[in-house]
Structure formats: structure tokens, C-alpha cells
Design a protein around this ligand. Structure first.
Ligand code: BGC
Length: 466
């Protein structure tokens, strides 16, 4: 029988979450009551930009939800802003929770599944004044916040991430001094904060499940591929291994095995109550970095990161390169966390690229990596591109642009970059290919052992996807 030309089989499952990712402070606008607003008021944003109305989500997220829908995504990751929900300790703002309900309803109305992050870098100022997660009381306070949020939004959301990138929060806030509270080289304090974050995560995990037994709860783990700057140097190799373990594993190991973060584990501490507290592993993967010994950097314990200039990279940060775009590293990230034996979601991936020079290539390449992983049977459940519309990039302000849509923050005008079309196409193709391949009677007959096959059903499905 002549079967004619065929499209390659799509390995993406029907319920694969194709999404875009965002966070409250970066998109909502006018968040004046968290520690990042204070950081900005203190002149610590390197670009000297102001977050202002950001992407104006507090007043009009729906405008961007329409854009998300136009891309064909079926999922969207956002975070809730603790400083709006609990503006002063123990006082809850019901109108803030009502606005989040509105947003989640608006997503459902567009056929988009919300993934909600409970903590994406921002703390209310009252909480920061109590030393944030350096204070053991933070565990109870975060647990109480989680209870409130899940109580108010649980009927509209099933997928939760407790913390976004605890390893970035700690490394930049307590080790490199780039994020609030701006501390440098605080090895012990960094370990204590990581420990409290592990315990707060575990408490939140249990709280969500007590309210919503079938919830899907995890966290977003930033993973960096590190490589020695001079592979022939034993010092660079050792340093690289050390940093790779500390950065990629310190928090994650608590969840995987109950191990306390380094160096607390060396003093006999462990976290048995944290072990096993995740239903999925969320990976944020962006780049590869070279690590080398540098005797002039005592504040960072003598290491320096770099990117060889000939490697593909997006726009550079104001002081440091953002990283090499290295799509093959996704496999390394996924394999690194294989020991969890849990489903994986890529909760962030993207590139700062104002002119869209390499983003189209980066999207195609990461999708091809995912195809390879799925074909090997890896339980990959979703991919969230960072991000939909240019948003406020923390210390870089409006300098680094990650959006599929370009934003003019002054006028709030949006314009699609070519990448938006690329992302839309790969999503569409992943679905169409599946439908086309499902509608090959001979193949189905071989699988089912009978010739009965509803071609009509597939035509209907195809129509729905147009
Ligand atoms: C963070 C985002 C950030 C993105 C791009 C991630 O590490 O979760 O908030 O905007 O990277 O730098």
C-alpha cells in the first residue's frame, strides 16, 4: 500500500504542557512593598531602570494572556506576590487574592493551565526586616502564607512550585552580593538559608497536599552546565567540580536524600523531613559557563566565570556575560536529576536577545533536544519559555530582553519578535504530527490487532487544532 509522504512522528504527549513563564515582580508593576523595590530605591539596579508598571499585569494581565493564547500555549507559569497578599505580618489582603483568582480564571477561559510559583525571589519588607529565610521562623511564616494561597486559589490551580531557584536566591544574595540582601562570601549563612528554604519547601509541600491531596507540587531548580576554563589545569577542574556540586545540588540533595546543605552536612546535620517532598522536578536551564581560578577574586573564594567569545550567546549583562547558549546541556540537566525518578518539567529556558539574533535557533535546538529525550522514554511533561513579553530583569532592569514579544515599557506597546512565530510553529507541529501519525490505519491496526480505526475521529481532531 502506498502510504505517501509522512511527517516525522511527534514524540510530544497529547497533554504536554507548552507554556511561557513569568514572575510577579517582573510583570505586575507597582510592587512597592517587597525587598526588590527597596533595592531599587537604594540605587542597586545596575541599569538604574525602574520597574514602574512593568508589563502592567496587575491592571491588565489579560492583554498578555491573549498573546499567550495566540501562540497556542496550553500552560502559563506565574507567581503570586507575597507582599501584596500579606502586606503586613498577619494581615491578609483579600482583594489581592481576588485579583489572582481573576487571573487564573482568565487563563482557564483561554484553555491555559496555570502553574503557580509561591515564591519567586521577592519577600515582603516586614519579612525581610526579620532577616528573611536566614531566620528559622521563616519556615512557619512561609507555611502559613502557602496555606492562605492554596486555600484561596486551590480550586483554580493544581500545579505548584514552592520556590523558584533557591540556589540562585542564595548564591546571588549571600555569596556574590548581586541580589538583596547583598551579602558577599557568607558561606555559613548561605548554608543556613538553604537549610531553612529546604524546610520551608517541605512544610509547604505538605500543606498543599493536606488541602489538595492530588496536587502536583515541586520547585524550580536552576541548573548550569559548568566547564573548567583551562581543562588542563587541575585547580580549574577541582574548582569546577566543587562549584557544580554546591550550586546545582545543595538544595536539591535535601529533597532527594535528606542531606543538609554543605558544610552543615559535615557537622552532622541532616534533613530527613525534607526527603521525598516533590511530585516533579522543575528545571530552569539557560546556559553553560566556564569556571577558572582567579587569585584576584578573594570575595568569591577565588573563582571567576566566563564565556569564550566565539560561543553562541545572547546579549551580555551590564557587568558579566549572561552565558553560552548550549542546548545540548538540557540532556545533562535532565540526567543530573534522574535519581529523583520523577516527571520533569522544564519550567524556564530562554535567552536575552533584543534583536532576536539567535533565539529562533535556540528554540528549535531546545525542542530538538526534548524530542531526543522523549524518544528515549524520559518522562518530560512540559516546557515553559522564558518569557512571553520583555520583563524587568532584576539587577539588569530593562537592559536584558527575554521576550517572544518586545515591550516598550513607556507605552506598553508590544511587538512580536520572529521567535514568537517559531515557538507557535513548533507547538503546532508537535500536535499536528501526532494527529497525522495517529491516523495511519495500517500502523494502528498493527498496534491494536484489528483494522478498526476511526479516521473520522482524527479529522475532527485535526479541525480542532487548526
Ligand atoms: C529567573 C528569572 C529570570 C531569568 C532570566 C531565571 O533565573 O527565574 O526570574 O528573569 O532567569 O535571567
Amino acid at each position: 500500500m502506498d502510504t505517501g509522504p509522512r511527517s516525522p512522528i511527534s514524540v510530544f504527549p497529547a497533554d504536554f504542557a507548552w507554556g511561557v513563564a513569568t514572575s510577579s515582580h517582573q510583570v505586575e508593576g507597582e510592587n512597592a512593598n517587597n525587598q526588590w523595590a527597596e533595592w531599587e530605591r537604594n540605587g542597586r539596579i545596575k541599569s538604574k531602570d525602574c520597574v514602574g508598571f512593568a508589563c502592567d499585569w496587575w491592571r491588565n494581565a489579560e492583554k498578555d494572556f491573549d498573546l499567550a493564547q495566540s501562540l497556542g500555549v496550553n500552560a502559563l507559569r506565574l507567581s503570586v506576590e507575597w507582599s501584596r497578599i500579606e502586606p503586613t505580618e498577619g494581615q491578609w489582603d483579600e482583594s489581592a487574592l481576588a485579583r489572582y483568582r481573576q487571573m487564573l480564571n482568565a487563563l482557564h477561559g483561554r484553555g491555559i493551565r496555570p502553574f503557580v510559583t509561591l515564591h519567586h525571589f521577592t519577600n515582603p519588607q516586614w519579612f525581610e526586616a526579620k532577616k528573611g529565610f536566614a531566620n528559622p521562623e521563616s519556615i512557619r511564616l512561609f507555611q502559613r502564607f502557602t496555606q492562605r494561597v492554596v486555600g484561596a486559589l486551590g480550586d483554580l490551580c493544581h500545579d505548584w512550585a514552592t520556590f523558584n531557584e533557591p540556589n540562585v536566591y542564595v548564591s546571588l544574595g549571600y555569596f556574590l552580593g548581586e541580589f538583596p540582601p547583598g551579602k558577599k562570601g557568607r558561606v555559613m549563612e548561605a548554608a543556613q538559608v538553604t537549610r531553612n528554604l529546604c524546610l520551608a519547601h517541605a512544610a509547604a509541600y505538605r500543606t498543599v497536599h493536606s488541602l489538595q491531596p492530588d496536587a502536583n507540587v515541586g520547585w524550580a531548580q536552576h541548573y548550569v552546565v559548568f566547564k573548567p576554563r583551562r581543562p588542563e589545569s587541575a585547580v580549574d577542574r577541582w574548582l569546577c567540580g566543587f562549584i557544580q556540586r554546591r550550586f546545582n545540588d545543595n538544595f536539591a540533595e535535601g529533597i532527594q536524600s535528606g542531606r543538609a546543605p554543605f558544610p552543615l552536612n559535615k557537622f552532622g546535620q541532616s534533613l530527613p523531613e525534607v526527603k521525598g517532598t516533590c511530585d516533579f522536578v522543575g528545571i530552569n536551564y539557560y546556559s553553560r559557563l566556564r569556571v577558572g581560578f582567579e587569585r584576584r577574586s578573594p570575595r568569591t573564594l577565588f573563582f571567576q566565570i566566563s564565556v569564550p567569545p566565539h560561543k553562541p550567546q545572547g546579549d551580555s549583562g551590564i557587568e558579566v556575560p549572561y552565558g553560552e547558549v548550549y542546548p545540548q546541556g538540557l540532556r545533562q540537566a535532565v540526567e543530573h536529576f534522574a535519581g529523583f525518578k520523577k516527571p520533569v518539567y522544564i519550567l524556564e529556558n530562554g535567552v536575552p536577545d533584543r534583536e532576536d539574533r539567535i533565539r529562533p535557533w535556540a528554540i528549535e535546538s531546545i525542542v530538538s533536544q526534548m524530542r531526543g529525550l522523549l524518544a528515549e522514554g524520559i518522562d518530560l511533561r512540559g516546557y515553559f519559555h522564558w518569557t512571553l513579553t520583555d520583563n524587568f530583569e532584576w539587577n539588569e532592569g530593562w537592559h536584558l530582553r527575554f521576550g517572544l514579544f518586545e515591550l516598550d515599557p513607556a507605552t506598553q506597546a508590544r511587538r512580536p519578535r520572529p521567535s514568537a512565530q517559531v515557538y507557535k510553529r513548533v507547538i503546532r507541529e508537535s500536535r499536528l504530527q501526532r494527529v497525522e501519525n495517529e491516523s495511519w490505519p495500517s500502523e494502528t491496526a498493527a498496534v491494536n490487532g484489528n483494522g478498526a480505526h476511526s479516521v473520522e475521529a482524527h479529522s475532527v481532531k485535526k479541525d480542532m487544532l487548526r
